[in-house]
Design a protein. Structure first.
Length: 488
């Protein structure tokens, strides 16, 4: 005690408690991580955050028969009922209406009017006084009437501003039509992803059922050996825990599969409560990718969203020219022809033609404001086009990386499944021969479960990468089935 100063003695006494506290905290963190990995907390989707492509307008009512839903049938239904696609179609109609609105400023405006007028007139209000005339004037004259039937024509002969605005509206209409095509590509991507997720969930159910069967057989054998006095009780307890764990995984897999089917039904617009089964599996078909330059060239040529962005830039350029043209003179023509008189039987025809040039001198800064707004919109459209070109490059390269990586993962995962199942067979034989306890068998079963999950996940990732590649080059609607079959 005399060798240690008081401060060092205090640390010596405190450190064991601090070490024990750190150890307990570490064990608590490890237990929390294990609990999170084995039983993840359910997620919550807040209202208003969902994409319209995850919803739909459901078809009619559910039928009593079970619908056989193939991959192509799911895509076809999505292209009919998906909410995102329906909204894109409405936006195209809106763009068509805006184009007609701009076109109306250039087309002739013809109106017809039929008028019967009966009125009185106050001479006093007009300044007539009785002392100005040698005879008395009435304060009010009338009533009197006249009839007028007249057609009026108004035509813009030259208005560069309206002409450029109509051209810009036409480009925006074309852009909206390309956006609609792009929405169809997104629907194929959404439906394909949802269908592949449902297939993966179904595969997990099959794997979980097989694991429950194996765990049940192991439990029965351990229980029989315990009754015969050949194995301790810990083997039975361990196998029972393994059995219940696999049963929980089977329950979770069935629930996930049911929810994935609900999500798929929402995307493709099936009627509420409609029963259906998926008719396709997820086989592995290798796809030999082409050079990335080939895919990029296809993407820049075929991507509907890229064509729409280019047309948006063109529309912004025309709108900018139209805003500048607000300073230019305009030429217009107004004409009318009609029949006027006291009655239709006592009337005569009259006509009038007016033509003129309107030269804006000062319009209160309105033209300058329009030019500034048009210039900002043009810069924004060009920036968005440049960003989209870079995003296309990223999506194509990313899809190719995912495709190559997933293909390698599928091969490794398939080999891992074979090795894990072989190891499980040997462990069962060793346990049956009494060479080892069932701990080795339980560990082998867990390895088989992990290998199957890796195989299912890698197979889903590989097929999804094909769908993403087809979407990235703008060929999802026509080419996704070929890509899933390993064909270009």
């Amino acid at each position: 005690m005399e060798r240690f100063p008081e401060r060092e003695m205090h640390c010596f006494l405190i450190c064991p408690f601090r070490t024990l506290f750190v150890l307990m905290l570490s064990l608590f963190c490890v237990a929390s991580l294990v609990a999170q990995s084995t039983a993840p907390a359910p997620s919550v989707s807040l209202p208003g955050t969902q994409s319209p492509f995850t919803g739909s307008e459901p078809e009619s009512t559910a039928t009593s028969e079970v619908l056989q839903l193939s991959f192509q049938e799911a895509i076809d239904r999505g292209l009919r009922n998906n909410l995102g696609l329906l909204l894109a179609g409405d936006q195209a109609i809106t763009a068509r209406g805006e184009r007609w609105k701009e076109l109306s400023n250039l087309l002739p405006n013809l109106q017809a009017r039929f008028q019967e007028d009966v009125q009185t007139q106050s001479l006093t209000a007009l300044g007539f006084k009785g002392n100005l005339f040698p005879f008395p004037l009435p304060r009010v004259i009338g009533p009197f009437n006249y009839f007028d039937a007249r057609a009026t024509l108004s035509q813009s002969l030259f208005n560069f501003h309206d002409l450029e605005q109509e051209r810009a509206a036409l480009e925006r209409l074309k852009s909206a039509q390309y956006s609609y095509k792009d929405a169809r590509e997104v629907v194929v991507l959404a439906v394909g992803n949802s269908y592949l997720l449902a297939i993966a969930s179904a595969a997990r159910i099959e794997t979980a059922e097989a694991q429950v069967t194996n765990a049940q057989a192991l439990y029965n054998k351990a229980a029989d050996q315990q009754k015969a006095g050949l194995a301790p009780a810990i083997d039975t307890l361990r196998s029972q825990v393994e059995l219940q764990t696999r049963q929980q995984q089977l329950i979770s897999a069935r629930n996930d599969y049911a929810k994935q089917k609900l999500s798929l039904a929402r995307i493709i617009g099936l009627a509420s409560g409609q029963e259906f089964v998926l008719t396709e599996k997820a086989p592995f078909q290798a796809l030999t990718p082409l050079p990335v330059e080939v895919y990029l060239q296809r993407a820049y040529t075929s991507r509907a969203d890229y064509q729409a962005a280019q047309l948006q830039v063109r529309a912004a350029e025309l709108s900018h020219r139209g805003a500048v043209a607000g300073r230019y003179p305009t030429v217009g023509l107004d004409a009318n022809y009609g029949d006027i008189g006291v009655t239709p039987g006592h009337s005569n025809g009259t006509w009038q033609v007016d033509g003129g040039i309107n030269i804006p001198i000062f319009v209160g800064g309105r033209v300058h404001s329009d030019v500034l707004e048009a210039d900002a919109q043009l810069k924004q459209a060009r920036s968005q086009l440049g960003d989209l070109r870079g995003r296309i490059d990223y999506e194509v390269r990313s899809a190719l990386l995912d495709l190559n990586s997933a293909a390698d993962q599928v091969e490794v995962a398939r080999s891992s499944v074979e090795l894990a199942e072989e190891a499980l067979t040997q462990s069962r034989d060793r346990f049956s021969a009494g060479v080892t306890d069932n701990l080795e068998v339980v560990q082998a079963q867990e390895a088989v479960a992990g290998a199957h999950e890796s195989y299912i996940q890698s197979l889903y990732a590989h097929n999804l990468a094909k769908v993403e590649l087809a979407h990235a080059i703008g060929d999802a609607e026509q080419g996704v089935k070929r890509y899933l079959k390993g064909e270009h």
